[in-house]
Design a protein around this ligand. Structure first.
Ligand code: FMN
Length: 361
C-alpha cells in the first residue's frame, strides 16, 4: 500500500494524495501580477495533493526579485483568482507562499516608493539579478523601526485575507531560505537591541507576531510555515545555537495551533544537511502536519512516510520538470530533467512546455 498516493488530512482539508508541489519562484509575473501563463503552469501540476505557490509578496517592500507576484493589490487578487479557478477543478488544494524578501533585494526590482527593509542595516553577501541593470550587489537595508514592524505584521495579515479572497485554501509563511522572517530569527542578520533582537525569545518575536496576526485574519487551519534550520542560502551561516533556537521556535509554533510546519533540507543543493535529531524534534514537538522537503524521490518519500517521519512530502524540481509527476510515478517511466537555464526567465519556455506522458484512451 502506497502512503504517498493515499488521501490525507491537512487542517480541515483532505488532499487527494501526499505529494506537495514545493514553492518555486519562476519570475513569470510581469508587473508582479499573476497571469494566464501562470494559471496554465499551475493547472498542469494540479494532480498534486497540495500546491504551494511560488513566493508571493505581501508588500511592495517585499518584491526583492524581478517579476515575482504580489498579493497586496486588487489586480493581483484578480490574477490569483484566475489561477485558483484553473487549479481547483483539477483536484489540488492550494496554499499561497507569503514571501517578504527583506534584505535579499535591490531597489531596481522594487516599485517606486518601496523600501529595502530588514531587522538590521546589514547587507546580505551576494548579488541579485535585476532586469534593469543585470547583476547588482544586494542592497544595504534600512533597519525596521517598531512602526515598520507593526506595518509589516499588518501587511502579512491583509495578504492572507487577500489570498483567501483569491480562492487559496490557505497560506504558507516563508520562514526559510534567508528572507525577512528568517532574517529576524538568525543572529547574524538580526543585531537588534530592542525586544526583537538578542535572545531567541526576542529573535522569534516577529515571526510569532506574524503567525498570530495571520491566524487572527484567516484561522489556524489555513496557516502553515516553512523553516530551514541549517540552511545557509542568502548569507545565513550555521551557528552553534541553531538547534536549540529552532527547538524553542517549534515549541512556540505548536502552541499557536497552526496547521503545518514545512521543513526544508537543502543538502541536495549544497547546504549542510539538517541533523536527524532536528527532524525528529520537528516531529515530536509539532502535533499537527509535518511536511518534509529537499532532494526527495518517490522511493525515499514513501520510506519516510512509512517510518512516520512526516505526513506529506514536497517536491520542487521533479514537479517543475514533470507536470504529470503523479502519473509518472504511478506508472514508472523516467522523469524529464529540469532545465536550470529557464528557471527564472520570462515566457513559456522551460515553464509550460515540459512534455507529459500520453494519456491512455
Ligand atoms: C526554481 C526554484 C525556485 C525556488 N523558489 C522557492 C520559493 O519561492 N520559496 C521557497 O520556499 N523555496 C523555493 N525553492 C526551493 C524549493 O522549494 C525546494 O526546497 C528545493 O528545490 C529542494 O527541493 P527539490 O530537491 O525537490 O528540488 C526554489 C527552488 C527552485 C529550484
Amino acid at each position: 500500500m502506497s502512503l504517498l498516493f493515499s488521501k490525507t488530512t491537512l487542517g480541515a482539508l483532505t488532499p487527494q494524495n501526499r505529494l506537495v508541489m514545493a514553492p518555486m519562484t519562476r519570475n513569470r509575473a510581469i508587473d508582479n501580477i499573476p497571469n494566464e501563463l501562470m494559471a496554465q503552469y499551475y493547472a498542469q501540476r494540479a494532480s498534486a495533493g497540495l500546491i504551494i505557490t511560488e513566493g508571493t509578496s505581501p508588500s511592495p517592500d517585499g518584491l526583492g526579485y524581478p517579476r515575482i507576484p504580489g498579493i497586496f493589490s486588487a489586480a493581483q487578487v484578480d490574477g490569483w483568482k484566475r489561477v485558483t479557478e484553473a487549479v481547483h477543478p483539477l483536484g489540488a488544494k492550494m496554499f499561497m507562499q507569503l514571501m517578504h524578501c527583506g534584505r535579499v533585494a535591490h531597489p531596481l526590482n522594487l516599485p517606486p516608493g518601496a523600501r529595502v527593509l530588514a531587522p538590521s542595516a546589514i547587507a546580505a553577501a551576494g548579488e541579485m539579478y535585476t532586469d534593469a541593470g543585470g547583476m547588482k550587489a544586494n542592497a544595504t537595508p534600512e533597519a525596521m523601526t517598531e512602526l515598520d514592524i507593526r506595518a509589516s505584521v499588518e501587511e502579512f495579515a491583509q495578504a492572507a485575507k487577500n489570498a483567501v479572497a483569491a480562492g487559496c485554501d490557505g497560506v504558507e509563511l516563508h520562514g526559510a531560505n534567508g528572507y525577512l522572517l528568517e532574517q529576524f530569527i538568525r543572529p547574524t542578520s538580526n543585531r537588534r537591541t530592542d525586544g526583537y533582537g538578542g535572545a531567541i525569545e526576542n529573535r522569534a518575536r516577529f515571526v510569532l507576531e506574524v503567525v498570530a496576526a495571520v491566524i487572527g485574519a484567516i484561522g489556524k487551519d489555513k496557516v502553515g510555515i516553512r523553516l530551514s534550520p541549517f540552511g545557509v542560502f542568502n548569507d545565513m551561516p550555521v551557528y552553534p545555537a541553531m538547534e536549540a533556537d529552532y527547538t524553542y521556535l517549534l515549541r512556540e509554533l505548536d502552541g499557536t495551533g497552526l496547521a503545518y510546519v514545512h521543513l526544508v533540507d537543502h543538502s541536495s543543493m549544497g547546504a549542510p544537511s539538517v541533523p536527524e535529531s532536528m527532524k525528529a524534534t520537528f516531529r515530536r514537538l509539532f502535533k499537527r502536519t509535518v511536511i518534509l522537503s529537499g532532494g526527495y524521490d518517490a522511493v525515499r518519500a514513501e520510506s519516510d512516510l512509512q517510518a512516520g517521519k512526516c505526513d506529506l512530502v514536497a517536491f520542487a524540481r521533479p514537479f517543475l520538470a514533470n507536470p504529470d509527476l503523479v502519473a509518472r510515478w504511478k506508472a514508472g517511466p523516467a522523469l524529464n530533467s529540469p532545465d536550470s537555464g529557464t528557471f527564472y526567465t520570462p515566457g513559456p519556455k522551460g515553464y509550460t512546455d515540459y512534455p507529459v506522458l500520453p494519456v491512455a484512451a
